[in-house]
Design a protein around this ligand. Structure first.
Ligand code: THU
Length: 139
């Protein structure tokens, strides 16, 4: 796990373990690409999600979006995301897709930490680095 000046490595390791466990729950019979996400809320709670595919492919839900939907279902619409850790069981480089970045931005500040698998390890960055220009009705 790469070090982060914002979250302690121990906390990132806990999130990574949650993300990996969630990936084992993925429903991905079409792509065989098994993704898990763990999100850390400002409250300190950790919520996980996995990708859920569908025979009508475009109905697939990404792991990050499943985690966010679960967090809102559990804690309500005021949640704020401090960090998102993504993992896959395919040992593959995998950044959050564009739609997931916009979904994260709805509930996270630009300074939120995003961790995703990269060659030889993981990349730790901020949401602002992944999505410098999110859509907003206020802009
Ligand atoms: N997937 C995610 O769960 N998160 C992402 O950010 C990118 C892609 C899933 C969707 C689909 O089930 C599989 O990975 C292959 O695209």
């Amino acid at each position: 796990m790469a070090s982060s000046s914002i979250l302690p490595d121990a906390q990132l390791d806990v999130l990574a373990r949650h993300a990996e466990a969630a990936a084992h729950h993925a429903y991905a019979p079409y792509s065989r690409f098994f993704v898990g996400a763990a999100i850390l809320l400002d409250s300190g709670e950790i919520v996980t999600g996995c990708n859920v595919e569908n025979a009508s492919y475009r109905l697939t839900t990404c792991a990050e979006q499943t985690a966010i939907a679960s967090a809102i279902a559990k804690f309500g619409p005021e949640i704020r995301i401090r960090a998102v850790v993504v993992h896959n069981l395919n040992q593959s480089t995998c950044q959050p897709c564009g739609a997931c970045r916009q979904t994260i931005a709805e509930f996270a500040p630009p300074t939120a930490i995003i961790v995703y698998p990269s060659p030889g390890g993981v990349t730790t960055c901020t949401l602002a680095e992944l999505l410098p220009s999110s859509f907003s009705l206020d802009a």
